[in-house]
Write a protein that binds this ligand. Structure first.
Ligand code: C6P
Length: 422
C-alpha cells in the first residue's frame, strides 16, 4: 500500500481546544480521501463544509423510509414527513434564538434568502430617491439583489467604506444612514477577509433612525453562537451547506412584523389560503414565502446538522477554529512574500493571502498536487479584491474537523510554491 502523507496529528489540537478531533474526524469519512498519495487536507469549508454521517444517515433514512410530501396529505407517511419538517423548523428557530418557528422561512440558501427580501422591498417599499445601504465587504449575494432592486425601483445603492485592515468604518457607515435609507444590508462575517462585524452595534445605530437591518450570516452561523433576538436584527440569512448540512436548503429569519408586511416572493402551491381566477388570498407566515414543494429531506438534514453542532457545542467549535486561525495567521504571516488580506481585530475562520510573484491560481494548483484544498479567486467579492488591488487571493478556511497538522501542511505547501517559482 502506498504511504499516505499529510498525517493528522490530532493530539496537539485536542490539547489546545478540548475538541476531540480524532472522534470528530471519524464522523466525516470524506476526510479519508487520498489525493496523489496524500491524505486530503480540506481547507475550503467557507465554500462548503463536509457533512457528518449523522446528516448523511438522516437524509438516507428519510429518503428510504419516510419519503412523502409535507402539508398536502392525510396519509401516515405525509403526516410523519410533515412532523419531521416542522421539527426541523423548530430546531433552526431554537438554534438562532428566534422566538417563534414561524419566523423561520426555508429557502434554497443565503442567496435565495437575500433575493426574497430584496424583491419584497423592491415591490412594496423602495421608491425613486430612496437608498439601500450596504458595505464594501459584501459577498455578491448581498450586492447584486439590491442593485437589481434599486435599478427597478429608482432607489440608490450606497456603499459604506472599509479600512485597510478590512474592518468597517463605523463612523462612515453611520454617516451614510439618512432619512432616505430604507434598509441596511451587512455581512456578519466577510467570506473574503474573515472580518467579524459588530452587527449588534450597527443594528442599534440603524434602529435609532428607524431603519431595518438585514444580516448576511452565511459565514457566521457555522462558526459562532448567533442569537437573532439578542442582535435585534430584522432579517438574518444563512445556508445549510456551510454548517455541516445539505445543499439546497437555507434560512431567512425575519421578525413577524416584517414578514407579515412584505409581499410573497413567488406564487404557487402552499403559499395560498384560497385561489379563484379573480383573487388569491395568501397563506400565513412562514408558508406565504414557501411556494411549491420544499426541500424536505434537506430541511430535515439541516436539523440533524444542528443536533450535531449542538452536541459539540458552539463555544467549543468557535474556540477550536480560533486556535487554528491564530496558528495559521502567525505561520503564514511569517513567510517572506506572503501578504495577509484582512487583518481585522475580530476574525472568524478564514485566512486570505497573496504571495509575491505567484498568481493565487498557481498556489491552488500546486497545493492540490499535495492534496491540500483551498479556494483561489475573487470569492464572489470582487469589490473587496478591487479595494486591495489584487485580482484574486488564496483562501484557507477552517471547520471543526480541521487540525493544526493540516495548517502545518498548508504552510509547508506555500513554502514549496515559493521554491518552485523562485
Ligand atoms: N460564499 C465562498 O466560498 P450561498 O451560495 O447562497 O449558499 O451563499 C452565498 C453567500 C452569501 N454570503 C456570504 C458571506 C458567503 O460567503 C456566501 C457564499 C462561498 O465564500 C461561495 S462564493
Amino acid at each position: 500500500m502506498a504511504t499516505v502523507s499529510n498525517q493528522v496529528d490530532t493530539a496537539a489540537t485536542t490539547a489546545a481546544t478540548k475538541i476531540d478531533s480524532e472522534r470528530i474526524r471519524a464522523d466525516f469519512p470524506v476526510l479519508e480521501t487520498v489525493v496523489n498519495g496524500n491524505r486530503l487536507v480540506y481547507l475550503d469549508s467557507a465554500a462548503t463544509s463536509h457533512k457528518p454521517m449523522a446528516v448523511v444517515d438522516r437524509l438516507a433514512r428519510f429518503m428510504s423510509h419516510e419519503n412523502a410530501t409535507v402539508r398536502r396529505g392525510v396519509h401516515y407517511l405525509s403526516e410523519r414527513a410533515t412532523f419531521a419538517h416542522d421539527q426541523a423548523r423548530s430546531k433552526v428557530a431554537a438554534f438562532i434564538g428566534a422566538g417563534d418557528p414561524r419566523q423561520v422561512i426555508f429557502t434554497r440558501g443565503t442567496t435565495d434568502s437575500i433575493n426574497l427580501v430584496a424583491a419584497g422591498f423592491e415591490r412594496s417599499i423602495l421608491k425613486p430617491g430612496d437608498e439601500v445601504l450596504i458595505t464594501h465587504m459584501e459577498h455578491h449575494a448581498n450586492i447584486v439583489p439590491w442593485q437589481m432592486a434599486c435599478e427597478r425601483s429608482g432607489a440608490k445603492l450606497v456603499v459604506a467604506p472599509i479600512t485597510e485592515a478590512g474592518e468597517l468604518d463605523l463612523e462612515a457607515l453611520e454617516a451614510e444612514m439618512s432619512e432616505r435609507t430604507r434598509i441596511v444590508a451587512v455581512t456578519h462575517v466577510s467570506n473574503a477577509l474573515g472580518t467579524i462585524n459588530p452587527v449588534k452595534a450597527i443594528i442599534e445605530m440603524a434602529h435609532a433612525r428607524g431603519i431595518p437591518v438585514l444580516v448576511d450570516g452565511a459565514q457566521a452561523v457555522p462558526h459562532m453562537k448567533v442569537d437573532v433576538g439578542d442582535l435585534g436584527c430584522d432579517f438574518y440569512a444563512f445556508s445549510g451547506h456551510k454548517m455541516l448540512g445539505p445543499t439546497g436548503i437555507g434560512v431567512l429569519f425575519g421578525t413577524t412584523e416584517w414578514l407579515e408586511r412584505l409581499p410573497p416572493y413567488q406564487g404557487g402551491g402552499d403559499m395560498i389560503l384560497s385561489v379563484t381566477f379573480e383573487k388569491t388570498v395568501y397563506n400565513v407566515i412562514p408558508h406565504k414565502f414557501e411556494a411549491g414543494t420544499p426541500a424536505i429531506a434537506e430541511a430535515i438534514g439541516l436539523g440533524a446538522a444542528i443536533d450535531y453542532m449542538n452536541a459539540i457545542g458552539l463555544d467549543a467549535i468557535s474556540a477550536h477554529e480560533h486556535d487554528l486561525l491564530e496558528y495559521a495567521t502567525a505561520q503564514l504571516g511569517a513567510i517572506e512574500g506572503v501578504r495577509l488580506i484582512g487583518t481585522a481585530r475580530e476574525k472568524a475562520a478564514v485566512v486570505s493571502f497573496t504571495v509575491e510573484g505567484i498568481h493565487p491560481h498557481d498556489i491552488g494548483t500546486i497545493l492540490d498536487q499535495d492534496g491540500i484544498a483551498i479556494r483561489v479567486g475573487h470569492h464572489c467579492a470582487q469589490p473587496v479584491m478591487q479595494f486591495y488591488g489584487v485580482p484574486a487571493t488564496a483562501r484557507a478556511s477552517f471547520a471543526v474537523y480541521n487540525t493544526r497538522a493540516e495548517v502545518d501542511a498548508l504552510v509547508t505547501g506555500v513554502q514549496k510554491c515559493i521554491e518552485v517559482f523562485r
